[in-house]
Every structure is written in C-alpha cells, then in structure tokens.
Design a protein around this ligand. Structure first.
Ligand code: XMP
Length: 512
C-alpha cells in the first residue's frame, strides 16, 4: 500500500478530484478515498492531513453521508470543504439549515481574522460558492475567519485542534486564491513538502503494478491513443514477462489506424501486439442500432467478449488493464445521485457485470494533461503523447443513425482531410480535439450542372484542458473554407459541411 501526504475523503462532489490535482500541482501527493473508508485504510496511508470534500447531501437528511468519527481523534489537521464544512459544524454542535438564498457562483469574501490558512492572502477576495445549506452558528471551540454576503460563516477554524472549514470551493479556478489556500493547508498547517512529481508517480505506479500482478498475467487492451499506450508502457516497465497486449480492430477506426498502431508499438515501444480483426462482428451487432447508449453498450460488451476469448489462449490471465481516466470515471458515475451518468464510456460504464477479469486502471486518478506528462516521463514519443483523444466506441458515435461500412468509409475520408488541413496549418497542436460527424440528413446541392441530394458532415474542433469542459475552436475562416472545399470536392457522397459552435456544457464534445 502506497502512502499519501493528504487523504481526501470523497463525499461525491464533481470537483473532488480537482482538490487532489491542485495539491499535486504543488508537488504534494494527495489521494482520494471513499467517504466511508475504514479508519485503518486511512491510517495506512500515513497522511499528514485529511480533507473532507464537498458533496450533494445534507447533513441533517436521513441519508446523510458521514465518515468514521474517529478521524477527528487522529490528531491530524482537517480541512472541510462545503459539505465537509457542514459535516464538521454538525459534528461540533453547530446548526446547519437549508439556506433561504442558495449561493452558486462568485462571491466576495472578507477575512475577519488572521489564520495560517489565509497566510499572505488579500483580505478581500473572490471565491466560488455552490451550496444550498448553510452553517448558522459557530461550532464549539471554533472562531470565524471570513464572511460573505450570504454566508456569515464562510471560513471557520479551531486552531487548537487544527480543524479548518470553508463554505466555498478553493479547488475551483474561479476562487482567486484557491491554490494558495490549499497550499497553506498542505504546507504550513500539515507540514507537507513538495516531493511529488510525475517521475515519482511513475515509480510508485510501477511498484504497485508489480505487487498487484505478481506472477499472474495481465491483458492490456490498446487503442493507439495516448491513455492505453501509457498504461502499456507502465506495464512494460512493471511486468514485461506477464504482459499480453491486444489491439482489436473493431472496424470503427480512422483511416489506416490499425496499421499505424501495430507499427508504433513495435518500432517505438518494442512491444509485440496481438492484433484481432473483429470488424465484422462489431458491424453485425451494430446493424440497425441508432440509440447512442445502446451503441456504446454493445461495443463495450463486444470488446470484453473478445478479450475473454483471447485470454483463454494464455495461461493465468487474471487482470484486464485499461486507460480509464478520471474524466471518464466522473462522467460515467452516479455516485450518491450527485453525478449523473452523462455517457457510458465504454471502458467504465459499458462493462458487463460478470466481468471475468479484475480491472487495473492506473490512470483512474489523473487527468489527460497529467497522462501526457506521464507518457513523456516514460519515454513515449511526442507524436503519440500529443495525439487528439479518440473515444473507445470510435466512429460509431460520430455517425448519427445506423453505422454501416459505406457510412464509415465516407466519414473516414472526411476525417483524414480535416486532420491533414489542421496539421498543415499548424492548428492540430493548438486544439484539444478535431473530428467530423456524419449527420443523418441529406441536403440539396448543385455540382456542375447537376442537382445533388447528399450527406452533410459537421466539423467539430474544440479547445479544452481536460475534456470536462470545452469551447469550440475559433479557427480562421480560410482554414474552414479549405476543409469544406476539400471534403465536398474529394468525398463523393458529401455535399455540405457545417461547423459546430457549441460549448460543453451544455453540449458534449462527441455528438453521442
Ligand atoms: P464528451 O463527449 O463526453 O467527451 O464530452 C469527453 C472526452 O471523452 C472522450 N470520450 C471517450 N473516451 N471512451 C473513451 O475512451 C468513451 O466511451 C468516450 N466517450 C467520449 C471524448 O472523445 C472527449 O475527448
């Protein structure tokens, strides 16, 4: 079991992982544990401090979430954030009630007392609130540190017991001094040092994988994308003899992708992959299917079936390794009713219940940009590391309506042109993701002297830092014009190109 400088007990907020990420950016290793973790598990991490995250529940509700009360006897500094604050207030005798005025968004915070938590931070500052309950009096032994218009007790502390609590979210970028507040807690109050970096993360993960896998075998499914390649590289360092790397050609890949993946793994990583051509079965099962979630589930299940078949050919395959990221986990989860399932990412929500493997997901706690840093640390090429993300269900979720080989071919041709134009203009590396979506509408056009009635594609190019939010890329009109002209001229069957100008939220990046 590895240790962590700070343990974060997760009460279900969408932002919990951001707390860990902000601390890691300061070189402090923080790890998330479920809110109801056994005290022994928390103690084994040997933390220097504990953070209680936000969450959707109310402390006064019948089904409120509580952590083991004994964490308050561990003599460790504790920081409660939002729900975490309400839990602390409730525990130490204060009253928490539904606020008459819910507070979402920016608020002006005024510090009313000096404390280590706000060391070297301006007296007046902007913070980000998101709560519908509030603490209306001070818990026993606590003093008030800050107020806002709607919350008299926006930050409180009991310095003697080293318990701090914030009504606002320091982990959210809109909180002006959020990083500093978390740094003050970790470094000044808990005494953590900046010892964590990607190199140490890689080392710990490799050690963990060695211990976990032991003499059993692990099947690692790669897609050619950065996430699964980083997982394969970690495993190749940890258990090179016990590794079976599988690449499934599901027929839903981009042009020449299958060939490229095989070459990359062999030449750049020195890993032999087992290539399985399963395009026929995927296409057969998708025939007639138009509902997006059903497409995702069918693809997820078919992948697993194929992995299970392959595993039978090797002895002792106990584990399946996947490149699941934190953003996949949060969008596929429905913890405590807080985070609704947006899409079943095939490597998270689309898994069958009776999975015959034990899952290994070493990237589950980190975001895409952290995965890229890890990839570079492990020696992967920049080309591979900075590839745009490509979803597990592939082009199937970029074809509106039924997926057929003819429609796949149309989409592949348009997609290649978009990528060529972005690369040659230098825009590929400036954007998070770029792809075409084949729409299920035909429109009228005129080519030469003839009327056409053909397919329309939508070009989607977005800027993002982790895929959780995104905005459409402000591409130059000339570039868009080139893309459009080339697609319409070169891809027979497409006579119209549109550009998607929606942001996430409220749209998502992929169309399905
Ligand atoms: P959405 O469409 O949810 O996408 O805004 C966010 C990011 O996740 C990628 N994505 C997936 N990745 N399996 C994956 O590995 C999936 O099922 C999946 N669905 C979406 C998407 O391309 C974007 O980068």
């Amino acid at each position: 079991m590895n240790t962590a400088d700070i343990v974060i007990l997760d009460f279900g907020s969408q932002y919990t992982q951001l707390i860990a990420r902000r601390l890691r950016e300061q070189g402090v290793y923080a790890e998330l544990l479920p809110f109801d973790s056994n005290l022994e598990i928390i103690k084994e991490k040997n933390p220097k401090g504990v953070i209680l995250s936000g969450g959707p529940a109310s402390v006064y509700a019948k089904d409120a979430y509580f952590c083991d009360d004994k964490i308050f006897d561990l003599n460790l500094p504790i920081l409660g954030i939002c729900y975490g604050m309400q839990l602390i207030a409730h525990k130490f005798g204060a009253e928490v009630v539904p606020a008459t005025q819910k507070e979402y968004g920016k608020a002006d915070l005024n510090l009313v007392k000096k404390s280590d938590l706000f060391k070297d931070i301006d007296k007046n500052q902007i913070v980000w609130m998101s709560h519908s309950d509030k603490v209306i009096n001070l818990p026993n032994g606590f003093t008030n540190l800050a107020t806002s218009q709607n919350s008299e007790f926006s930050a409180i502390c009991d310095e003697k017991r080293q318990i701090y609590a914030l009504q606002f979210h320091p982990e959210v970028a809109h909180t002006e001094f959020g990083d500093k507040i978390l740094k003050n807690f970790a470094k000044h109050i808990c005494g953590c040092e900046s010892t964590w970096n990607m190199g140490s993360f890689a080392k710990t993960q490799i050690e963990n994988l060695k211990t976990k896998i032991g003499n059993d075998k692990v099947l690692c499914a790669v897609s050619g994308g950065v996430d699964s390649s980083v997982v394969a590289a970690l495993l190749a360092h940890a258990v090179p003899q016990n590794l079976v790397v599988v690449f499934v050609d599901n027929g839903l890949l981009r042009m020449d992708e299958a060939k490229n993946v095989e070459n990359t793994f062999k030449s750049r990583l020195g890993i032999d992959i087992i290539k399985i051509d399963a395009s026929e079965i995927f296409l057969k099962r998708l025939s007639g299917i138009i509902e997006p979630e059903l497409k995702r589930k069918i693809i997820g299940n078919t992948f697993i079936e194929i992995f299970e078949e392959e595993a039978k050919k090797h002895k002792n395959v106990k584990f399946l390794a996947q490149g699941t990221l934190y953003s996949d986990v949060i969008e596929s989860s429905s913890f405590g009713g807080a985070s609704k399932t947006i899409k079943s990412h095939h490597n998270v929500g689309g898994l069958p219940e009776n999975l015959k493997f034990e899952l290994i997901e070493p990237l589950r706690e980190i975001f895409k940009d952290e995965v890229r840093a890890l990839g570079l640390e492990l020696g992967l090429s920049k080309d591979l590391v900075f590839r745009h993300p490509f979803p597990g269900p592939g082009l199937a979720i970029r074809i509106m309506g039924e997926v057929t080989s003819e429609r796949l071919e149309l989409l592949r041709k348009a997609d290649v042109i978009l990528r060529q134009e972005l690369k040659s203009s230098g825009w590929y590396d400036k954007t998070w993701q770029a792809f075409c979506v084949l729409l299920n509408v035909n429109s009228v056009g005129v080519m030469g002297d003839n009327r056409t009635y053909e397919n329309a594609v939508c070009v989607r190019v977005v800027d993002a830092s982790d895929g959780m939010t995104a905005s459409f890329s402000r591409l130059p009109y000339d570039l868009l014009e080139n893309v459009s002209r080339r697609i319409i001229n070169e891809v027979h069957g497409i006579n119209r190109v549109v550009y998607d100008i929606s942001s996430k939220p409220p749209a998502t990046i992929e169309w399905e």
